[in-house]
Write a protein that binds this ligand. Structure first.
Ligand code: PLP
Length: 366
């Protein structure tokens, strides 16, 4: 697999490594890994890299995980110039630590960077940052069923400047957080609230970039979902078509076996979705990426033409949607077996239990 595109000639970075002298001991770590939850515990180290207009990417470091020193005038705190990624590391039965399609996350981080007027981190540096963190924190990759180490790369405007323009100083960080099985006691269908008064993305906006602002915009409607007894929100795009959930893409399964997923330039293109659809195509399913109106969804469910609806993303992998609720209606969604079959097929590849025929896995600890 070719991981490197335009930056094939870059020299690897020389990371300065400072070990954490107060790292968790093996029994403290084992206690956390026994029930890590999601996003609540962090490994002993983090990686960081600076960028400046003059010096480009510089000062690569591996440091103890801890607070970041930032000027109160740092542009990110005022104007939200920030992007991130989400990717997992998996422990295989042979003890090795693998990750899944990291070249795609690197590419998406570059696309997000362009939209937020941030510098593009070379793909090779992105991959090196993952390897450097695993080199010091590999023991944090859990080995339990459906457990993983969630890797969170992010980049933000660190320049102390209140004028409005792209920052001349930027920081890239990588932190990691052990993650437990998303569903304990079996995958259960989620209830989805239709957000009719709030959008997450505007036409020509930042919907296709993985940036904190999109999430900030989703929090109020998410609270509305909870108040209405739902787990997640589905957003409509600027034309009123089905877009996605706050952090997961949506796929509709039709009676003839066709899988349809919304396409629009306000949707974040998920790597999980792309992989699930590739596995479905391998099985002979037709895949369509096109606009899907709310009416088409509701009519399809009513007529029986839509036989399954699911959401997908790195954190939960694949989640069947069991109900769509809105102010004026509640539509029970049909449930089938394809979503869970594809989920199993994908996680079997990720955890090394099935052949990686697409060459999606990359070993990080060797
Ligand atoms: C990250 C994200 C997804 C899912 O992408 P994956 O690459 O599958 O994890 C979907 N929607 C939004 C808004 C996201 O931020």
């Amino acid at each position: 697999m070719t991981l490197i595109d335009s930056d094939a000639t870059l020299e690897p970075l020389e990371f300065a490594v400072t070990k954490n002298l107060t790292a968790k001991n093996p029994s403290e770590r084992a206690q956390i890994l026994a029930d890590p939850g999601f996003g609540a515990h962090f490994t002993d180290h983090m990686v960081d890299l600076c960028w400046s207009q003059k010096g480009g990417w510089h000062r690569p470091r591996v440091q103890p995980f801890g607070p970041i020193s930032l000027s109160p005038a740092a542009a990110v705190l005022h104007y939200g110039q920030e992007i991130f990624e989400g990717i997992k590391a998996y422990r295989h039965a042979d003890g090795g630590v693998y990750t899944f399609r990291p070249d795609q996350n690197a590419k998406r981080l570059r696309r997000s960077a362009r939209r937020l007027a941030l510098p593009e981190l070379p793909t090779e540096y992105f991959l090196q940052s993952l390897r450097e963190l695993i080199a010091v924190d590999a023991d944090w990759v859990p080995s339990g069923d459906d457990q993983s180490l969630y890797l969170r790369p992010f980049m933000f405007a660190s320049e102390a400047f209140l004028g409005v323009r792209p920052a001349n100083k930027v920081a890239y960080y990588l932190i990691a957080s052990p993650a437990g099985a998303y569903f304990t006691g079996g995958v259960t269908p989620v209830k989805i609230w239709l957000s009719e008064h709030h959008a997450r993305a505007a036409k020509g906006g930042t919907g296709a970039a993985k940036t904190g602002g999109n999430y900030a915009a989703s929090l109020l409607p998410q609270s509305e979902a909870y108040e209405n007894g739902c787990d997640q929100v589905v957003f409509l795009d600027p034309d009123g078509n089905v877009e996605e959930l706050g952090g997961m893409n949506v796929v509709f399964v039709h009676a003839d076996g066709t899988l349809v997923t919304p396409a629009s330039d306000s949707i974040l293109e998920g790597i999980t979705r792309d992989s699930i659809l590739a596995l479905a195509e391998d099985r002979g399913h037709t895949v369509e990426r096109r606009s899907v109106s709310l009416q088409e969804w509701r009519d399809g469910v009513a007529s029986g033409d839509i036989v399954e609806v699911f959401a997908c993303g790195t954190a939960a992998v694949v989640t069947p949607i069991g109900e769509l609720r809105a102010e004026g209606f509640t539509d029970t969604q049909p449930t089938g077996t394809l979503a869970l079959e594809l989920r199993k097929e994908l996680t079997d590849i990720q955890y090394g239990r099935a052949e990686d025929r697409h060459g999606w896995l990359v070993r990080l600890d060797a």
